[in-house]
Design a protein around this ligand. Structure first.
Ligand SMILES: [Zn+2]
Length: 192
């Protein structure tokens, strides 16, 4: 018999993949910026045809279930961030107080002030898979990538590079195609 809990966990593992695929780590803040954002204030993710807030889904996947009526707040102030380490549970009034009293150093103030503190144990590995790539490696990947690589000449294919750099194929494709924070870093310091 299948343990229903294991099905739930499997769904969550799949969802964590989507969260990682849809976000970009920002090295200075540690935020995982949701890049598929289509809402003005929060990132959203479609689950079974319904749009849910991406940061709430991240909290549910990586940290704990969210009790009825409870908000998920950001310690980093970036509402598009889905890094579970930057999320904590708060009540609506916490959220309001938080927003009005918060200065730039909010990160140090939280999450201790929250009356409903989140379980801080994160259940799955939360190192973002793009975070292991340095700007140098990104540059290498871009110069070695061969869009015309085929099965009998796989050198430079997304698959081959993915294996070599320990990330997945889609990550390579995104690096090759997308403007990322890494591009900004390279512009500032073109010698890396
Ligand atoms: Zn953040």
């Amino acid at each position: 018999m299948v343990d229903p809990k294991s099905i739930v966990d499997l769904e969550k593992v799949k969802m964590t993949e989507r969260l990682l695929d849809g976000s970009m780590p920002e090295p200075n803040s540690g935020c995982w910026i949701w890049v598929k954002a289509d809402d003005k204030r929060y990132g959203s993710i479609s689950i079974g045809g319904r749009l849910k807030k991406a940061h709430r889904v991240s909290f549910e996947c990586f940290v704990a279930d969210i009790p009825e009526g409870v908000k998920v707040c950001h310690s980093c102030d970036n509402t598009f961030c889905v890094n579970p380490k930057h999320l904590f549970l708060g009540t609506q009034s916490d959220n309001m107080k938080d927003m009005s009293s918060k200065g730039r150093n909010a990160m140090q103030l939280h999450p201790e002030r929250s009356s409903l503190r989140a379980v801080r144990t994160v259940r799955y590995g939360v190192d973002h898979h793009l975070a292991k790539l340095t700007p140098e490696k990104i540059k290498e990947i871009r110069s070695r990538y061969q869009p015309g690589a085929t099965w009998n000449k796989p050198e430079g294919s997304a698959k081959a590079l993915a294996r070599e750099y320990g990330v997945n194929d889609r990550t390579i494709t995104r690096i090759v195609r997308m403007e990322t924070w890494i591009d900004a870093a390279l512009k500032e310091n073109p010698n890396v």
